[in-house]
Each structure stands twice: as structure tokens, then as C-alpha cells.
Design a protein around this ligand. Structure first.
Ligand code: FDA
Length: 393
């Protein structure tokens, strides 16, 4: 039997951070993962450059049934603390739009830094390890039955992540453990995920695949100004990924394709000036012609602004500023970056991340019902929650 003070299930972002912190405190830490290498999602993140945090991290950037839960951890281990780690390891990085921080070279730099700290603090990582059963041991602590043998620990940390990208090793392990101990799990759904066309829209819009335009997308009181990307299956790009975490099937999104201008006013001005230019040329200054052809009446596009009625101009403005799209579905966990929902935050201490029902059982990272926006927020949650649990396990 192999004894440890702490067993962490999941060698991803939150598990490694928790392991480092517990190791620093002199705890004997073992990390178990069924994958053949640690931190696979770190490696594939941010297009291989890992958007590891954001200059602005607020509770408002997270979705949860308890919107206050994330505040404690995020304020105790902040983006500045993670940036400090990145700088200590001399990892070159840069800022992109909206305060997002990415590695200059490779996401490997982040993983290597975490693994170096794990080695420094004596953390043992066991890979290719299937966990068959977790139970409370007769004389306290936990017993884990694994494909590598039995493992005993005083504390167990569930850092097994969400359901996105099953091919990368995502499993519902953490939810099953919570349920086993009677801890509530909120229903899960794919987040930060492309949305697909309804059959009718598919015919009309699939040929636009590859077109990207800036837009503002609105749904359920949320609004994001980002790029929109047409794909052959549906809509993607940062605007859609952001809103997808809120979107519910059967409902429509409203997309403003010209958020920086009032196209009705422009066209009325052209009409007053007696413009003979065809609408498709006037509008073509702002939007790709193929997109205009898919969205607007062809006769109208062939008309000159000078000949347009108020009603026609209003119709153009309504379509381009308030395009209503009812997606069919999301692409699901196969391509989602995150899982919305998960282990109930009210069942876990926001300070220690310990279960309120089961002493010495902890939940960190994405397995919890905390889902960040696109932009480094999910990794920051993983670092912050892992760090906090690491102080107590
Ligand atoms: P994480 O998924 O990192 O780790 C869980 C670990 O548990 C894995 O190693 C897995 O193998 C293991 N595991 C699962 N089930 C198990 C079982 N049954 N037994 C044993 N081990 C098990 N976020 C961000 O902030 N910036 C970004 O740039 C990106 N980019 C990005 C791209 C892509 C393609 C994806 C899919 C996701 C992102 N994300 C992101 C999201 C981010 O990767 C994610 O939120 C964190 O990795 C979550 O960290 P966790 O430690 O909770 O889980």
C-alpha cells in the first residue's frame, strides 16, 4: 500500500498548482492521471500558446449558480501571482486584445514551469493510472483502488476537469465522485463552443464559410463585441464562443454586424446626396458582398440609395444591426473549450475548496460549477482554486 498525505486526481492546470502548493508545505503529494502525459489541455490551449491569464479578472467574468463563490480564491491567488510565476521562470509572454496574456513561444513553457516546481517540491506524478474506486478508509483518510495498486491518503483533491474534448482524456470522474458522496452536481453543457445552423440556414449560409467580421452579439442580457466567423457547420469566432456559454437551445441570438456605425443614417445621407451607387456597392464598403447577398433581398441590393424608400432603408438597417439567428445546437463537448455547470459551489468552502459534507475531500478547477469567459479566465480559475486548496490539504 502506498501512503501519501495528499492524492490529487488530475495532472491538469488546477491539480498541478495544488500539488506544488501542498508540496511547498512539506506534504507528501501524489498526483494520479489516467492520461499518458500531464497537462494535455495546457499544451493545446490558446492555439498552442496558452492564454494563461488576463490583466483584468473579475467575478463578472465567470458563470456559476453562485456568482460570489469564485471571489475568495481569485483574490487570494491573483493574475499577478501567476504572472510572477511566469516571470520567475523567464517565460516570454505578450498581451493581446482585452488584456489576454499568451506565451510568445509555446504553451510548453507553462507546463514545464509547473512540472519543474512539482519536481522541486517532491511531487510524485503517476500517469496511465485508472482509478476504479475511491472510498473512505476504515481508520480515516481515503483509499483509492487504481490500476497501479491501492493508494491511501489523508486528503483527496478532485482536479479531473470537465467534459470538453473527450479525446484529450476528459471524463465525468469528478461528477461521479461528488454524486457518490451525495454532493449536488448541476447539469452540465458545452461552453465556449461553436454553434450550428438550422437546416434552412445551412443552405444559405454554409457557403460563407471562412468569412470573419467584427460584430456585437446579444443574448439574454449579455453582450459581446468580438469577431464572428462563418464556418460550414455554423457560427464560431470569439463572439459566438463567448455567448455560447449562456445560450440555451431553441432561443435566438441577435447579431449587430455593423456595431460601429448607424447604417440607416449613412444610407439616408447617401440618398439625400442623390447617390447613384448600388446599395451592394455602398454596403460593400463595410461588409463582404457574399454576406450581403445571403442576408438581403437581391433587388434591393441592385437599387441605388437615391431610389430607396424609408421602409427599405429601415429593413436594411434592421437586418444588419439586428440579425436574429436561431442556432440548431452547439457542436458539443467534441470541440468545446469548457464545461458549464458541475459540482455545486454551495457544497464546497470558497476559502479552502474542501467539501462541506465530506472532510478532507476537495474539488478544484473546472469540475466545479465555475466557468470563465474566453480570455484566460478558465486557467486563472484553475490556478487560483488549486493554489487555495494547496494551502489546506
Ligand atoms: P484539466 O482538464 O486541465 O485537467 C484534468 C486532468 O484530469 C486531465 O489531465 C485528465 O487527463 C485528468 N482526468 C480526467 N478524468 C480522469 C480520470 N477518470 N482518472 C484520472 N485522471 C483523469 N483556458 C484558458 O484560460 N485559456 C486558454 O487559452 C484555453 N484554451 C483552451 C483550448 C482548448 C482546446 C480547450 C479544450 C480548453 C482551453 N481552455 C483555456 C480551458 C482550460 O484548458 C481548462 O479550463 C483548464 O485546463 C481546466 O483545468 P483543470 O485542472 O480543472 O482540468
Amino acid at each position: 500500500m502506498d501512503n501519501s498525505d495528499v492524492v490529487i486526481v488530475g495532472a491538469g492546470a488546477s491539480g498541478l498548482m495544488c500539488a506544488i502548493e501542498a508540496g511547498k508545505r512539506g506534504r507528501k503529494v501524489r498526483v494520479l492521471d489516467h492520461a499518458n502525459r500531464p497537462g494535455k489541455k495546457i499544451l493545446m490551449s490558446g492555439g498552442g500558446r496558452c492564454n494563461f491569464t488576463n490583466y483584468t479578472i473579475e467575478a463578472e467574468n465567470y458563470i456559476s449558480h453562485n456568482p460570489h463563490f469564485c471571489k475568495s480564491a481569485l483574490s487570494r491567488f491573483t493574475q499577478w501571482d501567476f504572472i510572477d510565476l511566469v516571470q520567475r521562470h523567464r517565460i516570454p509572454y505578450h498581451e493581446r486584445l482585452h488584456g489576454q496574456l499568451f506565451c510568445d513561444d509555446s504553451a510548453k513553457d507553462i507546463l514545464n514551469a509547473l512540472l519543474a516546481e512539482c519536481r522541486q517540491y517532491g511531487v510524485l506524478i503517476e500517469l496511465n493510472c485508472r482509478i476504479d474506486k475511491l472510498q473512505v478508509a476504515a481508520n480515516g483518510g481515503f483509499l483509492l483502488h487504481t490500476s497501479l495498486g491501492e493508494r491511501r491518503a489523508e486528503s483527496v483533491v478532485i482536479a479531473s476537469g470537465g467534459l470538453s474534448i473527450p479525446k484529450m482524456g476528459a471524463t465525468p470522474f469528478g461528477y461521479r465522485i461528488a454524486e457518490q458522496f451525495g454532493i449536488k452536481v448541476w447539469p452540465t453543457r458545452a461552453g465556449l463552443v461553436p454553434l450550428t445552423w438550422q437546416a434552412d440556414d445551412s443552405q444559405r449560409f454554409a457557403p460563407l464559410s471562412g468569412i470573419a467580421v467584427p460584430c456585437r452579439v446579444d443574448y439574454g442580457g449579455r453582450s459581446f463585441r468580438e469577431n464572428l466567423l462563418f464556418t460550414h457547420r455554423g457560427l464560431s469566432g470569439p463572439a459566438i464562443l463567448q455567448i455560447s456559454s449562456y445560450w440555451r437551445p431553441g432561443e435566438a441570438l441577435t447579431i449587430d454586424l455593423l456595431p460601429d456605425l448607424d447604417i440607416g443614417e449613412r444610407l439616408r445621407a447617401e440618398r439625400s446626396a442623390g447617390s447613384k451607387a448600388k446599395l451592394q456597392n455602398s454596403l460593400g464598403e463595410y461588409l463582404p458582398k457574399r454576406l450581403l447577398q445571403a442576408l438581403l433581398d437581391q433587388n434591393l441590393l441592385a437599387a441605388a440609395a437615391a431610389n430607396c424608400s424609408d421602409k427599405q432603408i429601415a429593413a436594411v438597417a434592421e437586418r444588419l444591426h439586428g440579425w436574429s439567428v436561431k442556432p440548431n445546437a452547439s457542436e458539443g463537448y467534441r470541440t468545446a473549450e469548457v464545461t458549464v455547470g458541475g459540482v455545486d459551489c454551495d457544497s464546497v468552502s470558497s476559502k479552502t475548496l474542501q467539501s462541506l459534507q465530506v472532510p478532507n475531500l476537495y474539488f478544484v478547477g473546472e469540475v466545479l460549477d465555475v466557468t470563465g469567459w474566453l480570455g484566460g479566465y478558465n486557467f486563472q480559475w484553475a490556478w487560483s482554486s488549486g493554489w487555495c486548496a494547496g494551502q489546506y490539504v
